[in-house]
Design a protein around this ligand. Structure first.
Ligand code: DOR
Ligand code: ZN
Length: 347
């Protein structure tokens, strides 16, 4: 018997599109299935001002394939010199939907991020006042803290104190990877949301490290122990409004991944919807996939859900995708779940 499921068209609440030749090469992969995405601002140089976000949005729209219907939801990269008035104006015009906080040094192109939360309090206070969400890369960067503990320590030492200081601030915990992250988001009240990636539902740190290091499974926050992956699966498939899809699909050319100091990022734009159907079916939760991909995110961001639909069909044969997306910047390896997947998005 063929199994199939029809969903309201999904959105991706955390996406890296880059710029130039890479943008041109990867944008069709997202626009094929997703109606909207929150676009990460960690370009070189980063998207800091409203004017830069407007120009970047125009470059994304210009790179869309003929006939594609896709809306980029723009973000600003928070720095210690960000101007609260510029942020408020970019929000009031409808251009900017969130501001991204990268602790300085936490990940790709984050050196211009925030060292000291005190320095950005005027911007955060303005955001709390106008209801503009803060998307947080939740890892401390202190050398003494083990990389596998950085999310839990961030929650205790940075996020929770900030939310107590500014309870009205709407916060999205981006790409949570631990049971501590799940518990904090679950109990955090209606000003708190959390995105979960596709790849963190599929891999744990053994997949990354056992039998040889797998550069295409290296991302930040790094995949954790199995018990954390299971906590993420339980959260994503629970239907709880707090949790929604943010793929963190993050393209790097193979030459930058497959080297002595490889870049962080998994590229899942191409096969995310099929992989999620597989995961949700494994968890007996196909009926909650739509909440995760298409309903909870818009509700948190106070946007209408999409009206168009997307159909997924389970095939008898395992499905395949291109192993790599060939861009003019170079080849980008598509995330390989390492297991047969029978689901496909209907063309
Ligand atoms: O794995 C990651 N890649 N994590 C991030 O936080 C950034 C992203 C990127 O921009 O490559
Ligand atoms: Zn990211």
């Amino acid at each position: 018997m063929t199994q199939e499921i029809t969903l309201l068209r999904p959105d991706d609440w955390h996406l890296h599109l880059r710029d130039g030749a890479m943008l041109q090469g990867v944008l069709p992969e997202t626009a094929r299935h997703f109606a909207r995405a929150i676009i990460m601002p960690n370009l070189v140089p980063p998207v800091v001002t409203g004017a830069q976000a407007a120009a970047y949005r125009d470059r994304i729209l210009a790179a869309l394939p003929e006939g594609a219907v896709f809306e980029p939801l723009m973000t600003l990269y928070l720095t210690e010199s960000t101007d609260a008035q510029d942020v408020a104006a970019a929000h009031a015009s409808g251009l900017v939907k969130a501001v991204k906080l990268y602790p300085a040094g936490a990940t790709t192109n984050s050196h211009g991020g925030v060292h000291d939360v005190d320095k950005v309090m005027p911007v955060l206070e303005k955001m709390a006042e106008i209801g503009l969400p803060l998307c947080v890369h939740g890892e401390v960067t202190t050398a003494e803290v083990d990389i596998f503990d950085r999310e839990a320590v961030f929650i205790d030492t940075v996020l929770d104190p900030l939310r107590r200081r500014l309870p009205e601030l709407r916060v999205v915990m981006e790409h949570i990877t631990t049971e501590e992250g799940v518990a904090y988001a679950r109990d955090g009240g209606e000003t708190l949301g959390a995105t979960i990636t596709t790849h963190h539902l599929i891999i744990n740190r053994n997949h990354l490290l056992v039998g040889g290091i797998k550069p295409h499974y290296y991302c930040l926050p790094v995949a954790k122990r199995e018990k954390h992956r299971l906590a993420l699966r339980a959260a994503a498939t629970s239907g709880a409004g707090r949790f929604f899809l943010g793929t963190d699909s993050a393209p790097h050319v193979d030459a930058a991944k497959e080297q002595a100091c490889g870049c962080a990022g998994c590229f899942t734009a191409t096969n995310t919807m099929a992989l999620l159907a597989h995961v949700f079916e494994e968890e007996g939760a196909l009926d909650r996939l739509e909440a995760f991909t298409s309903l909870n995110g818009p509700a948190f961001y106070r946007l209408p859900a999409n009206t168009a639909r997307l159909r997924l069909v389970k095939q008898d044969q395992p499905q395949s995708w291109p192993e790599k997306i060939i861009t003019e910047a170079g080849p980008v390896t598509v995330f390989n779940p390492g297991t047969p997947v029978h689901w496909a998005v209907e063309a």
